[in-house]
Structure formats: C-alpha cells, structure tokens
Design a protein around this ligand. Sequence first.
Ligand SMILES: Nc1ncnc2c1ncn2[C@@H]1O[C@H](COP(=O)(O)OP(=O)(O)OP(=O)(O)O)[C@@H](O)[C@H]1O
Ligand SMILES: [Mg+2]
Length: 303
Amino acid sequence: MVSVLEPMPETVTTSAAKAEATAIHIADVSVSYATKKKTRKTILNGVNLEIADGEFVVLLGETGCGKSTLLRMILGQELPAAGAVFVRGKKVERVSAQCGYVPQKYSLFPDRTVMGNLIMGPETSKFHILGRLRPEFRAFRREVKAEALRQLQHMGLHATDADKYPHQLSGGMQQRVAIAQALMMKPNVLLMDEAFSALDPATRTSLQRILRTVWLETKPTVVFVTHNTAEALFLATRVIVLAKQGVNGQDGAKVALDLKLPETGMSLKRNGQQFLDLVEHIEDASRGSAVADESTPSPEEVL
Ligand SMILES: Nc1ncnc2c1ncn2[C@@H]1O[C@H](COP(=O)(O)OP(=O)(O)OP(=O)(O)O)[C@@H](O)[C@H]1O
Ligand SMILES: [Mg+2]
C-alpha cells in the first residue's frame, strides 16, 4: 500500500529527471544594492529562467544591466535578495565545483606555473594538505597532470607552456589556460563573463572555435556573457537579453528577449540578411525598445 505521505514513485522519477534536465533554474531572482544616499538601487527585478542541460546560452544587455550580477548568483558568490537559483535541482547557497567560471582576465594565480594553476583545483578538492602524504596522492597527481596536458593541447597550447608563469604568456594564452583550468573540474555548468573581450580579433575568433568544439564534444551547460552580438550568434543555442525597465532603468532589469536558435544558427552567413535581422532584433531588445511578445520573430521566421 502506498502511504499518502509518500510521493508516488512516478512523481519522484519525473521530478528528479526534470531537475537533471534543468541545469539552471533562476526563480524570480531580484537583487538590489544600497546606495550612498541610503536608498536601494534595484539591479535585477524578478528574473525567471530555466536553462536545460547542454544549452549554450549567451547573455547580452547594455552595460550595468546586471549580467555579471546574474552570473555571480549562479556561481554562488552572492545570494539574491529575493528568489533563488537552483543548479541541477540544488539550491545555490555557496560557490561549488559544479560551476566553472572564466572572467574577462586575471583569473590565474600569478605565482604558480600553468601546470600549478591547472592541477590546483582537482588537488585541493580531493586531498587536504595532510592527505597529500598518502601514497595514493602520487598516482592521483600523475593522472591530474596527464589530464592537464590534454586540456592544454585541446586549447591549442604546448606541453612546454606548462612550466611557464602567467606573466610569460600573452592575454590570449592566459585565457586558454583559464578555460582549461575551469574544465579541469569537469563542471556541469561553465560560466564565462566577457572571457574573450580583451583579446585581439584573430585570437578571439580562434577561441570561439575552440569553445564551440569543446561544447560540441562534451555538451556542458554554458552561460556566456558578451557585448558582441556576432559572437553571440556564432556560439549560442539560445540568446537571452536583459534590459533595464522603468524610467532611467530604476525598476531593474528583466529578461527582454529569450530567443532559441536552431543548432544551425551558427552557420548563418555573417552579414547575410537573416543574420543582420537577428542582430537588429537583439540590439533593439538590449536598448529596451522591444519586449518579448508576439512581435518577437521565431528563429524559423528569421533564419
Ligand atoms: N557589490 C555591489 N555593490 C553595489 N553595486 C553593485 C555591486 N555589484 C554590482 N553593482 C551595480 O549593479 C549594476 C549591475 O552591475 P553588473 O556588473 O552586473 O552589470 P553588467 O551588466 O555586467 O555590466 P557590464 O556590461 O558593464 O559588465 C551596476 O550599476 C553596478 O554598479
Ligand atoms: Mg559585467
């Protein structure tokens, strides 16, 4: 006999499967900060998003609309004033290894070599200082170093770069290492905040391709913040635009556009009419002049 207090087995399976399939659930998240005038400034105002496992979401929006703030909420670096964020069904209450994070620059430890930076995460998450005296630590370290070399190669770097320090690398090389570092922890979710913005155009294009390949191979859920609409359309399976609401944005930002692209979205001919239509639509939404309603064209209409 099934007790009324116990959920039906199907219900458990269904909700567990749903939690698995929903990589990130942003549930009515609001954020505000105290100002010098002792009032509060609303940054995010009731943001709701469900991001499925394996989606490549690109987050766009004008400067100051709260993109980095939203990323910090997913990462667990900060908690929302209202609402909650769930990663794979678990409420985010602190930073955890299930999210990898790549900021715009300066994320490597300057006093560690490339190899030292890459192995640090796996080592500290698996062995505390005293545990490193245990015999199995040596085998573990060998494995982690081999994985670090594989990741470096994947990012287009050489084994000889492993012994260099961050200051001996170009900005592009440092970002390659930073991505490799985030991937070392095999995160379910990869958060990238303008990670390519400081790079020259050729390096940026090369890293976009590498990231695209990594995503196609292992399908992590990615949330990628950028100001570059062409970059967004090249990488994304889904484009989300945040835009401030109210006079001078005093009501905080909401989702102004949520556009799913077919996988073929990246094969759009740059500067073709469909590409230009999408760029215009996204940029309108960023300025807050478009609201996601029936006037939003479906990807099929635009592509
Ligand atoms: N810890 C904080 N204390 C006070 N205000 C903050 C804090 N963090 C962010 N803000 C404010 O919140 C707003 C949104 O900041 P956020 O960095 O998320 O914007 P953004 O969309 O990432 O902008 P950008 O495109 O320039 O990077 C800004 O007005 C910023 O000044
Ligand atoms: Mg930002």
